[in-house]
Design a protein around this ligand. Structure first.
Ligand code: FAD
Length: 272
């Protein structure tokens, strides 16, 4: 099974030391690649770049920066990609990003399909491009039909693969894959896996990105919210079974949202 792992760029020396340890642990299982998130509107432009280069220089694992286009000019986007190319980075996760509050100007590239098109036009096939997919639909979706055709448009612009938003209902993923296959899309759609380690964090994230947590899960998380040990054991069991169901049904790659922690994920991977 292929695995990839997502990190955010640490903002302190302590955070950097922690990430080094996390990467050391995860590298032991020979991941396909690491990815590093990017703050929409360029808020982590420098720290994403530094983190990517640091990982590349200190590990054998391929590393892919995330890049958002909202609010950015083509010139800035090209200068960032040029720097990555000059440093031997050949894979990116191309995203629109969420419009930061107060931002008036959406920039020259309004949607991820336009960013993918731009990367292709400037760099041909140099970059391997991953895009985002939403099995439970994007929060701004008007209807599922439009969502699916917008996704297809992004793939036809040149995406090589997609990583999904996290989900806890595998049927949402399988339905999404069936639907896009009917549209003639056959790129790999890698499930994004979010470990459950904290009640309020997972509820807050899920509200932000509109990922559904089934009621039977929320009820138990609420019950265990002050009992860390039971919550971790339950969360691990839920995510382990989700991964197992995906694998049993033909999924051959998983992308883990690490939140810069290795333990919850390594525990799951060891048991898979
Ligand atoms: P798009 O694919 O552009 O879609 C956004 C919405 O616009 C959808 O509703 C879509 O249907 C609609 N749409 C798309 N194209 C068109 C069109 N041509 N005309 C009209 N409507 C259209 N955010 C960050 O800020 N930094 C990150 O590092 C980051 N990493 C992520 C990694 C993954 C795996 C995922 C799943 C999400 C990530 N996000 C990140 C969040 C993402 O930026 C937001 O969900 C954002 O709102 C949408 O980005 P997108 O690339 O999916 O947008």
């Amino acid at each position: 099974m292929k695995t990839s792992f997502e990190f955010f760029p640490p903002q302190s020396e302590k955070g950097k030391d922690n990430l080094q340890q996390v990467i050391k642990q995860i590298s032991k299982i020979n991941p396909e690649y690491f990815s590093v998130t990017y703050g929409a509107g360029g808020t982590t432009q420098e720290s994403t770049f530094e983190t990517v280069i640091d990982i590349k220089n200190n590990n054998k694992v391929r590393v892919a920066p995330h890049l958002t286009c909202i609010g950015a000019s083509k010139n800035i986007t090209k200068s960032i990609l040029d720097k990555y190319k000059a440093n031997g980075i050949d894979k990116v996760v191309a995203l629109r990003g969420d419009i930061p509050s107060g931002m008036q100007n959406t920039g020259e590239l309004r949607y991820a399909n336009e960013l993918v098109e731009f990367i292709k036009s400037e760099y041909d096939d140099y970059f391997h491009i991953e895009v985002a997919a939403y099995p439970e639909s994007h929060p701004q979706a008007t209807n599922i039909g439009t969502e699916l055709s917008n996704f297809a448009q992004k793939v036809r612009a040149g995406a090589d693969g997609a990583i999904t938003q996290y989900f806890y209902n595998p049927d949402a993923y399988f339905r999404f894959v069936d639907d896009i296959e009917k549209l003639g899309i056959d790129i790999p759609i890698t499930p994004g896996i979010m470990p459950i380690t904290n009640y309020s964090n997972i509820v807050r994230f899920s509200n932000m990105c509109d990922a559904q947590i089934p009621k039977w899960i929320t009820e138990r998380l609420r019950l265990y919210r002050d009992d860390k040990e039971s919550l971790l054991a339950f969360g691990e069991d839920v995510v382990l079974k989700l991964c197992q169901t995906l694998i049993d049904n033909g999924v051959d790659s998983l992308h883990f949202y690490t939140m810069n922690r290795s333990e919850p994920i390594m525990n799951i991977i060891k048991k898979l």
